[in-house]
Write a protein that binds this ligand. Structure first.
Ligand code: AMP
Length: 416
């Protein structure tokens, strides 16, 4: 038997219903907030992720699926969406309309070579919303609220709280990095091996370390908020004020840094408001990335959420299966042929129909119709058919009616 690769999974049954429900929510939120769908390639040049997500980020150093194709090109399966969307925004010159923001959303599989565990797969799906061309604080608030409302609409069995922080501008970050290094240097030997490297390559990332998360040294670490420039501080205050106006459940989390290099100013994560603290998604401003990747200086902000983690928080009972309008029962050849022709006609009239697919007995067919919660059972019976009649049973009231076969479509459409 051939089995699926480690860290991947098949989606079917109730999970597929959950996935479709989330997809429906994403599309409907995209509509109301006026974001347009975009699809980019599953693989991109490796350089794109090195330059945007960051040479020293965990994603690039440990997690990308890199390969060389037959033309000796260095490629990577996309580990996240923003870098590709920015690449596409620049390559397709979407910045043409300077007066208006460009608002894009995606819903695609991502690939990271991680140690598989609950909520952490090697292939997973993220939906994300990206907005280019606005540096207004209202935009930060609008985007953060979009994700928050969407997650609340998903009927999750946990409440969501927004963790919020600001990384400030370049100057704020570089002052903070210096302070971090100064504070941590005396404790170097007490940090994990990765953090010992991070202090040289990217000290901010130490705040994000899973190994050192409980290390008491990190508990007393300097806070970035004390190093924000006046402008960055003011900007952050306004964002908080707007989130208050929108009455969103948020808290300032001064340890939040996010694991990707391209962020500046506002960053945020959607986290469950309980001891599990499951991160469902996150994002932030990336005002320098478009320019860094060769486009015009364009402020931007976005976020992405992991669909599998959201699916894990939806109760099976909260999902209604597709309702069957009618189950067509048949036993002999004549009835089966009638079932074939009639089900075709009914489906063309947008009715949801199931039939006897497996030569089942009458008893078994009644049982299946009940299991499918079919609203009607159409009992095709040779005797009735000879008279041009069809027996329809309302499966709720159990009432049976003989209907002229020429009127069956109208009968069902009016009674459903
Ligand atoms: P990130 O791009 O790392 O900020 O991740 C955004 C969201 O994607 C996370 O909050 C998760 O919900 C989801 N996610 C990230 N990595 C994985 C993974 N390996 N498996 C499943 N979901 C993931």
């Amino acid at each position: 038997m051939i089995i699926k690769p480690k860290g991947t999974y098949d989606i079917y049954g109730i999970d597929m219903q959950k996935l479709e429900f989330i997809n429906m929510l994403v599309n409907s939120y995209a509509d109301t907030y006026n974001f347009k769908a975009i699809r980019t390639p599953i693989f991109e040049s490796s350089e794109l992720f090195h330059r945007s997500v960051g040479e020293t980020s965990d994603i690039v150093t440990k997690e990308t699926y890199d390969f060389v194709d037959r033309g000796d090109r260095k490629l990577s399966l996309r580990p996240e969406g923003t870098a590709s969307i920015v690449r596409s925004y620049i390559e397709n010159k979407m910045y043409g309309n300077k007066n208006d923001a460009t608002k894009l959303f995606y819903n695609e599989t991502m690939y990271r070579y991680e140690r598989p565990q609950s909520g952490r797969n090697r292939e997973f799906t993220q939906f994300g919303f990206e907005l280019f061309g606005s540096n207004n604080e209202e935009t930060d608030a609008e985007l953060i609220s979009l994700g928050y409302h969407l997650l609340n609409d998903a009927h999750l069995n946990k409440n969501i709280i927004i963790h919020l922080n600001s990384l400030g501008d370049n100057e704020s970050r570089s002052n903070y990095q210096k302070a971090l290094v100064q504070y941590l240097e005396p404790y170097l030997n007490e940090l994990c091996e990765d953090c010992q490297k991070r202090i040289k390559t990217n000290p901010l990332r130490i705040l994000d370390c899973k190994v050192d998360a409980e290390n008491p040294i990190l508990k007393k670490i300097p806070k970035i908020n004390d190093y924000l420039s006046t402008d960055a501080q003011n900007q952050f205050k306004i964002v908080c004020h707007y989130l208050n106006l929108l009455d969103l459940n948020y808290e300032i989390d001064s340890n939040l840094v996010r694991g990707l290099d391209y962020y500046d100013h506002t960053i945020f994560e959607y986290i469950t408001d309980d001891d599990d603290k499951i991160t469902l998604g996150g994002g932030g401003r990336y005002n320098s990335l478009v320019k860094e990747l060769g486009g015009p200086d364009t402020p931007a902000i976005g976020f992405a959420c992991g669909i599998e983690r959201i699916m894990n928080l939806i109760n099976n009972d909260d999902l209604k299966g597709k309702e069957i309008d009618a189950y067509l029962m048949s036993i002999n050849e004549e009835e089966k042929i009638k079932s074939l022709v009639l089900s075709d006609l009914l489906r063309l009239n947008n009715l949801v129909i199931e039939t006897n697919n497996n030569n089942l007995s009458m008893k078994s067919q009644f049982k299946i119709a009940d299991e499918l919660h079919s609203k009607f059972i159409i009992i095709l019976n040779s005797e009735d058919l000879k008279k041009g009649l069809i027996k329809v049973k309302d499966n709720l009231t159990k009432e049976e009616t003989l209907v002229d076969e020429n009127e069956i479509v109208d009968y069902l459409l009016t009674n459903i």
